[in-house]
Design a protein around this ligand. Structure first.
Ligand code: SF4
Length: 209
């Protein structure tokens, strides 16, 4: 059955700008919606996650729409016929991404990565799991390839995650009006705690998506 539909904000071909796979060409599939913020500015103050820098609302972005697995595969191939690296992001992709879609794409030899806030258990068939925990939410996905901590977060410290079952630990400066200060603090933290690597959002410096 391939008639299930997914709400997608954007699909685009770019370079992974941050974390372990920084610099790798990838097709990004940005799912619509998040369970920690509505995406509306009026709700930001009362949201669990208040520092989001991503527009994930609706389906009106680049190549956005309602996709079946077959239609999504066609779009992926139209964007690049030879890039085999898919990154599912959001919003919170695991609100929608399921084994049905993953097993369909898996048959076409894609390396499939997800970027999640960790509040929902990841399904099978994923090749790479990046978890970015957010203060005030319950962490359910406690293992994966990469833990990316946005720093600083009030009430939350990177140390509380560093014994979890991840291969790589990244500290990423929070992208807000204090970016410069957040970057200095992140650098200082990594120098004191070498288990952690600095992740910079290079796509923002480059002015690409
Ligand atoms: S969890 Fe991620 S997508 Fe959701 S509001 Fe926070 S930063 Fe944005």
């Amino acid at each position: 059955m391939t008639d299930k539909k997914y709400k997608i904000k954007d699909i685009f071909y770019s370079i992974q700008g941050e974390g372990f796979n920084m610099g790798k060409p990838a097709i990004f599939i940005r799912f619509s919606g998040c369970n920690l913020w509505s995406g509306s500015e009026k709700d930001r103050e009362n949201a669990v996650c208040k520092f989001c820098d991503t527009d994930f609302k609706g389906t009106d972005g680049e190549n956005g729409g309602i996709y079946s697995p077959v239609y999504l595969l066609k779009k992926i191939i139209a964007l690049s016929s030879n890039c085999k690296f898919l990154i599912f992001t959001g919003g919170e992709p695991l609100l929608q991404l399921d084994e049905h879609l993953l097993s369909y794409l898996n048959k076409h030899d894609y390396f499939m990565a997800v970027e999640t806030n960790g509040t929902i258990k990841a399904p099978d068939h994923l090749d790479w799991i990046t978890v970015s925990p957010k203060y005030g939410s319950e962490l359910v996905q406690k293992s994966g390839n990469e833990l990316k901590f946005v720093f600083p977060q009030t009430g939350f410290a990177p140390e509380q995650f560093q014994d979890l079952d991840f291969q790589h630990f990244f500290l990423q400066p929070k992208y807000d009006e204090n970016l410069e200060n957040n970057t200095s603090k992140s650098l200082e933290f990594c120098l004191k705690n070498p288990k952690w690597r600095l992740s910079l959002q290079t796509h923002k410096f480059l002015g690409i998506k």
